[in-house]
Design a protein around this ligand. Structure first.
Ligand SMILES: C[S@@+](CC[C@H](N)C(=O)[O-])C[C@H]1O[C@@H](n2cnc3c(N)ncnc32)[C@H](O)[C@@H]1O
Length: 224
């Protein structure tokens, strides 16, 4: 995906995101993040739209964003956030943080856009401590096989080019499992919930767990 297309997307995404927030997505974000605690990493934080939703129990938030314009906006948003936020330049495929150092990783509307989804999920797995969770809100491929095939064609000829590398046809749930996570309460929902099919409607929301020991922070984040 050309850098120029991603840069262009970064310019107009915050405006689109604002209207989606008011149409129910903000409430999804709030409920997804409300139980988090401890050290949290957010990948592809965009302009920091999730920052106001992190609860006080989050002791530190490190947010990674590759697009300079969105990173600048995220830093402005971080200044008024009630949790301590550090915004870093970086890619999900090569996270600039230590292994096993986070209680939770958050990814909202990012795994559709990373260039190498398996590599990004391997990195997320690496930086989580054993028992830590990936919390995600992602739009995913249709469960219907002919529609999924059409999504791949649509992505190749139009969607990915127009929307900063986004893909409508990714089976993100399967990729999360393939990366070694246990799916725990990853729920299928539709957004927007319209009577006709829309390529970006099927979503996954919830958590997947890296197997291993679970500590006190994990307990408070996990038992919601
Ligand atoms: C649709 S926006 C979502 C932004 C934000 N997470 C949200 O929920 O509104 C996709 C985001 O993924 C970022 N992104 C794209 N490729 C990425 C990569 N390889 N690693 C990390 N972030 C990436 C984009 O720069 C953009 O901020």
């Amino acid at each position: 995906m050309a850098r120029r297309q991603r840069r262009l997307f970064a310019r107009w995404y915050p405006g689109v995101a604002a209207s989606l927030e008011e149409r129910g997505l903000g409430e999804w974000r709030r409920s997804l993040l409300s139980g988090l605690a401890g050290r949290v990493l957010e990948v592809g934080c965009g302009h920091g739209v999730n920052f106001p939703h992190y609860p006080d129990a989050v002791t530190e938030l490190v947010a990674v964003e590759p697009e300079a314009h969105l990173r600048d906006l995220a830093r402005e948003q971080a200044a008024s956030s009630r949790v301590a936020v550090t915004v870093l330049d970086g890619q999900a495929e090569a996270l600039p943080v230590e292994s096993g150092s986070f209680d939770a990783v958050v990814s909202t509307l990012v795994l559709c856009s990373v260039e190498d989804q398996d590599r990004a999920l391997a990195e997320i797995h690496r930086v989580l401590r054993p028992g830590g969770r990936l919390w995600c809100l992602e739009h995913v491929a249709s469960a219907n096989r002919p529609i999924r095939w059409a999504e791949h064609v649509f992505d190749a000829v139009f969607w990915s080019h127009a929307f900063g590398g986004c893909h409508t046809g990714r089976d993100t749930g399967a990729a999360i499992e393939r990366a070694g996570f246990r799916l725990e309460g990853l729920e299928a929902r539709r957004y927007p919930d319209l009577p006709f099919p829309l390529a970006v409607s099927p979503h996954l929301i919830g958590a997947a767990r890296k197997p291993g020991a679970s500590g006190p922070v994990e307990d408070s984040a996990g038992n919601r």
